[in-house]
Design a binder for this molecule. Structure first.
Ligand code: LYS
Length: 422
């Protein structure tokens, strides 16, 4: 037990010393392995497919470079994400633009830069695109996000495909809207999209959604709308805790493809190109967060509090979704003596990163590692209490480099202005 904990072959205590804490650490090798594995799962099926990495999970210039070099596509949800990808040299035609309320300037930007597909989420958005098309004369390729009316068993804040949802065109209205769009000049409807939610660990809602989408797809094709693509979204759950029930994405993909193939064969439909949108599956297990223990307090007969130098600012998921994580003391200790602890952040409220977790003799100055923080931690971080956001370090083989700098005091003041009367 005298050895320090490692992550992707690196001594975590040394990383904490070199870059400071809190620190997001991402493994390029794990990210690339994940992408290759999912590609292989599709390749073996022989269908036409595409993988759109869901950039919202973890996006920045370096990540866009990795995604670009793996030859997969990118799902974006804002002008900022598209801009980041383009600045990284990501091919515009491999970008897909989502969002339930895209602004006109964002749509214009996407059209101007030749983003591959705009996933239209509403009739209002279609009208905006029609205007942009008339003004610019651009050829615009779109998909339609349909809300399939399927409830996935996950936290209600990350369910996105129920009938009562802000996302997508209600299933019952979909045919009429797609029909209308298919008559519009300069607009090509390439396919349909759905996404039922995130961190889903059961395949039944996926199958239900796929069946509903296939029926709709087929009905539209029979009417003469030349659709080619069916995007079944992402949401593949990952095991956050040791022993967690895990969704086997790599097993699910060939099963899903088989299911779609059989469905099409039985109905005499040409199998559409299939698209999935993994984000968490690619990034989550590739990342950990390193912290320094700053305060250890034992309240006799109550509990032991271990306070670290980060918390809900760099990981809002426990506070938002009741998400659970595991943590480990990284410093090698002569022996193991686990004690139950509550790991708290340093925000000025009762923020619990982990409500209860055995730690090995937590001591002030120790490095603490929280695992599986590669998705939706960096991208959802805030500057609450004016704590600057952590840096991100990328590990690749035996190389390590900062890919996002730590936010400084000057940067925290950057947007502040004092009006003349103060
Ligand atoms: N932010 C959510 C999370 O941390 C996921 C949202 C994904 C939306 N499609 O789990």
């Amino acid at each position: 037990m005298a050895e320090n904990l490692t992550f992707a072959g690196f001594d975590t205590v040394a990383l904490a010393k070199k870059y400071g804490t809190p620190l997001y650490v991402m493994s390029e090798d794990i990210i690339r392995d994940r992408i290759k594995a999912i590609r292989k799962a599709f390749d073996l099926t022989g269908v036409a497919y595409d993988i759109n990495y869901a950039g919202k999970a973890f996006t920045n210039l370096a990540m866009c470079r990795i995604i670009a070099s793996e030859g997969i596509s990118l799902d974006t949800v804002s002008r900022g994400e598209i801009m980041t990808a383009l600045k990284a040299g990501f091919p515009a035609e491999r970008i897909c633009f989502h969002g339930n309320n895209k602004r006109v300037d964002e749509l214009r930007y996407a059209v101007e830069y030749g983003v591959g597909h705009i996933v239209v989420d509403s009739e209002d958005e279609l009208a905006r695109l029609e205007t942009i098309q008339a003004e610019t004369g651009a050829e615009i390729a779109i998909m339609f996000r349909i809300s399939p009316g399927v409830e996935a068993h996950t936290h209600e804040l990350i369910q996105t495909g129920t009938e009562d949802s802000k996302f997508g065109i209600p299933y019952q209205q979909a045919k009429a809207v797609v029909r209308k769009a298919s008559q519009m000049r300069g607009i090509t409807v390439d396919g349909l999209h759905c996404h039922i939610g995130s961190q889903i660990v059961d395949d039944k809602p996926f199958v239900l959604a796929a069946d509903r989408m296939l029926s709709l797809y087929q009905a539209l094709v029979q009417e003469g709308v030349p659709l080619t693509t069916l995007n079944l979204g992402g949401g593949f759950g990952i095991p956050y805790l040791t022993g967690d029930e895990s969704f086997d994405t790599l097993k699910y993909i060939p099963q899903m493809v088989d299911h779609v193939k059989q469905w099409c064969r039985a109905e005499g439909l040409e199998c559409p190109k299939l698209v999935v949108e993994p984000g968490r599956f690619i990034a989550c297990e590739a990342g950990v967060t390193l912290y320094t223990v700053g305060t250890v307090k034992t309240i006799p007969g109550v509990r032991k509090y271990v306070a670290i130098d980060g918390g809900m600012n760099d990981n809002p998921r426990p506070a938002l979704y009741g998400a659970q994580y595991e943590a480990f003391i990284c410093n090698g200790k002569a022996e193991e003596q686990l004690e139950s602890c509550r790991i708290s952040g340093r925000a000025c409220e009762n923020d619990q990163l982990i409500a209860e977790m055995p730690l090995n003799q937590p001591t002030v100055g120790d490095t603490l590692m929280v695992t599986n923080t590669g998705a939706y931690n960096y991208t959802m971080a805030s500057v609450y209490n004016r704590f600057g956001r952590p840096a991100v370090v990328l590990l690749s083989g035996d190389r390590d480099a900062v890919i996002v700098e730590r936010e400084t005091d000057e940067e925290l003041l950057h947007f502040d202005r004092v009006p003349e009367w103060l």
